[in-house]
Structure formats: C-alpha cells, structure tokens
Design a protein around this ligand. Structure first.
Ligand SMILES: [Zn+2]
Length: 164
C-alpha cells in the first residue's frame, strides 16, 4: 500500500523536506545514490517502508497507487524533483517519447515567430552545459531541438539561426 493520501501531517513533513530550485521542488530528505544518481526516499510509517519520494508525490496527486505497468516519470529529468507538476504516470517508452515531444512543444510556445530558433544566450548556455558534461539528448529535449543541433553546437560549426 502507498503512503497515506489524506494524512496532513505526512504531507506537511513531506513538503518540508523540499527546496525550490527554478520550477522544480527538489527533495532534501534521505537520498540513496544508485548508478551515480541520487534518488529521494521518504519514510512511509503506515506501511513501514521507505519509498521513492517522487512516486509518493505522484500518488498523492493521483490519490491512488501508480497503475501496474506504469511508473512515475519526470518532465524535468531531475530525479530528486518531487514537484507535482513534474511527475506523471506513464510508461518507460512514454518517458522517452514525451520528453522529446514536450521539448518541442515548449520551444514552440516560447517562440512568437513560430520558427523555433535558439538564441545566442541559449547557445552559450548549451555550450556551458555540454562542458559540464550534460548529455546531448537531454539538452536536445530541454531546448526542444534535435540532437544534431546540439551536436552542431558542440562542434562549434553553427553559431546562429539554428532551426529545429
Ligand atoms: Zn522538476
């Protein structure tokens, strides 16, 4: 059984273990590092178990357990994020598909001209993130462009007017 959905004390304690970072709400409670990635865990006293914090956040939003065959996916690629808006019930494949789709949609919304192009500022950001070791496909998703575009930036071959 999942965490208590209507337990105000549980949720007060849950949200107290988070901090705002950008649009995200990052878990500051217990973490376990698995394959080099820190994952948040919350103690669920009603079932006497530690559970993944982002799964509990999602179930709290849904008011029910995550369906069989589904998982708690992130829209923001931050495993420690427990923002209700950033977790959704989906499949593993959906996780990958939706990340790319959403990236493109976000980009289109943010571009009044209807032609999605990266700004110089964004290109500089992407270069910086590449230098920090961010993966190309993740940046492609984040900025709503193709991996080829990110690759081009990495190779410094195209500076301006990069379309999607
Ligand atoms: Zn987030």
């Amino acid at each position: 059984m999942p965490a208590k959905y209507n337990d105000e004390r549980f949720w007060a304690a849950f949200w107290a273990k988070t901090r705002v970072e950008g649009d995200c709400l990052l878990w500051t409670g217990k973490t376990i590092t698995h394959r080099g990635e820190a994952r948040g865990f919350v103690w669920c006293g009603d079932i006497g178990k530690w559970r993944a914090a982002h799964q509990v956040s999602l179930e709290g939003k849904l008011g029910r357990p995550i369906a069989q065959g589904k998982q708690a996916n992130h829209t923001c690629d931050r495993t420690l994020c427990v923002a209700e808006d950033h977790v959704y019930e989906g499949t593993q494949q959906q996780n990958v598909d939706d990340m790319f789709a959403r990236g493109r949609a976000n980009k289109a919304r943010g571009d009044r001209s209807g032609r999605s192009k990266l700004t110089e500022v964004q290109i500089r950001e992407i270069r910086g993130k590449l230098a920090e070791g961010n993966l190309q496909w993740m940046l492609a998703k984040e900025y709503g462009v193709s991996i080829q575009t990110i690759s081009a930036i990495k190779n410094n071959t195209r500076r301006q007017g990069i379309g999607v």
